[in-house]
Design a binder for this molecule. Structure first.
Ligand code: 9WN
Length: 423
């Protein structure tokens, strides 16, 4: 299979998943618009249709709540193939949305899209800027009250069932979930998906949100789950700084944004676990660290927050596998190479890490990661995630963000990366 044919396949996947203004992650398994998936889709579209890239971001931000939160799913058209659907979330939004958010990578991706065609993107960016700013304000005012960025549901992290959340999940009573029918396990191999116990707890948390009318202050204060997420903390920090670059280019006063970024950077020691020699997830309800190394910690490079101890941890976990960065520590007892976020490698996370490594002056490591990610896609196609030991493709096929990552990064050699804004 030639490079060109994979480029064509990737573009065909983006077009095939395009619903007119927004893109599904993949047909069947995920039949709606997802927040951070859309941001990556925009980056992918920008390689061949810059206007369509901005449309994707516009559609996402059009469902922003009055509070500034941008929901993790937008249920544009009813689809019985996904659970939990809008009837379970009951957020009263139109179009219907979930009641939680997802990693704030939209500003990071908007900056890339803009830099790929600054002239064409100027007006589009100006229109988007206040919405992104309001979303960041929401993150800082509502979710950084303990310092680092906190999540109230594992789905917010985008790394749903990673071992980072096990200690927080243990405190969630899943018995209120009641009877329900999962749909995900009918689309893909159930062994590669979260367990029934996980789902009971996920649904119990959704029910808690409904019970307080999605009042964020109450969810943070009284909800069953509250953990600091290193991954989101670093992505938000990077996104603040990228948004400030765009703000300056628009002639905006970015003092507030830079203040948020400074506060967040000052809070990083809170999530540094000395025993683990790494950043770690922290249960804000008990003050306990998760004591497990996850791929969220490595997002530190995105925010210029790497250090020699983290470098050593990165090389340790990377050298234990053959393809990409594992989502969880391969030397931990909880490691499972095919179970979703408990071990598999995710092209989209590899791409974010490579951006950080490149910025940290480690182009050699970024290239190693790119080559490994490309080999997974060349071997098996545009899967959702892969076994990092033997490259087995996992989860959904013809996946939007994997196709986008191919077009922007994994399928590019070092020279063309710069052209596509991946540097
Ligand atoms: C819940 C769409 C999403 C991704 C997440 C990934 C998975 C959903 C699910 O799919 O989560 O949000 O139903 O499993 O974990 O990162 O955004 O691709």
């Amino acid at each position: 299979m030639t490079m060109t044919s994979l480029d064509e396949q990737a573009r065909a996947i983006l077009r095939g998943n395009d619903q007119g203004g927004y893109t599904l992650p993949t047909h069947g398994l995920y039949p709606y618009q997802w927040n951070w998936d859309s941001a990556f889709a925009a980056w992918g579209f920008a390689t061949f249709d810059n206007a369509r890239a901005w449309d994707e971001l516009d559609t996402l931000m059009a469902s922003q709540w009055d509070t500034g939160m941008v929901p993790h799913i937008i249920f544009h058209k009813p689809d019985p193939g996904y659970f939990p659907g809008p009837d379970v979330w009951q957020t009263g939004q139109s179009p219907a949305t979930s009641g939680i958010t997802q990693p704030p990578v939209a500003a990071i991706m908007a900056r890339k899209v803009w830099e790929m065609d600054p002239k064409a993107g100027q007006a589009r960016m100006a229109a988007l800027y206040p919405k992104l700013l309001a979303w960041h304000r929401w993150w800082h005012e509502v979710r950084c009250t303990h310092g680092p960025a906190a999540i109230t549901h594992p789905w917010e992290s985008g790394r749903d069932n990673c071992p980072d959340w096990d200690i927080g999940m243990a405190g969630v009573d899943g018995s209120s979930a009641g009877e329900y029918q999962r749909r995900d396990t009918g689309h893909v191999n159930p062994e590669m998906r979260p367990t029934k116990q996980d789902y009971d707890r996920y649904i119990a948390m959704v029910k808690f949100g409904c019970s307080v009318d999605w009042d964020q202050a109450r969810i943070v204060r009284d909800g069953p789950f509250l953990m600091a997420d290193p991954g989101i903390t670093f992505m938000l920090l990077r996104a603040d700084e990228d948004l400030a670059v765009m703000g300056r280019a628009l002639g905006e006063d970015v003092t507030e944004l830079l203040g948020w970024a400074e506060d967040l950077r000052a809070a990083l020691p809170t999530i540094w676990n000395d025993d683990l020699h790494a950043y770690d997830a922290l249960n804000l309800k008990t003050g306990e660290f998760a004591n497990i190394l996850g791929s969220g910690a490595f997002m530190a490079y995105l925010a210029d927050a790497g250090n020699p101890q983290l470098d050593a941890q990165l090389m340790r976990v990377w050298d234990k596998v053959n393809y990409g960065i594992p989502s969880a520590d391969p030397e931990a007892a909880t490691f499972d190479p095919r179970k979703y976020w408990r071990g598999p490698t995710w092209p989209v996370v590899n791409a974010l890490l490579a951006i950080g490594l490149r910025d940290a002056g480690r182009a050699d490591l970024a290239e190693r990661l790119r080559a490994q990610t490309a080999s997974l896609i060349r071997k098996h196609g545009f899967y959702e995630y892969f076994d990092p030991l033997d490259a087995t493709p996992c989860g959904g096929a013809d996946f939007t963000w994997t196709a986008a990552i191919w077009l922007t990064w994994a399928g590019r050699d070092v020279e063309s990366d710069a052209v596509r804004g991946a540097a």
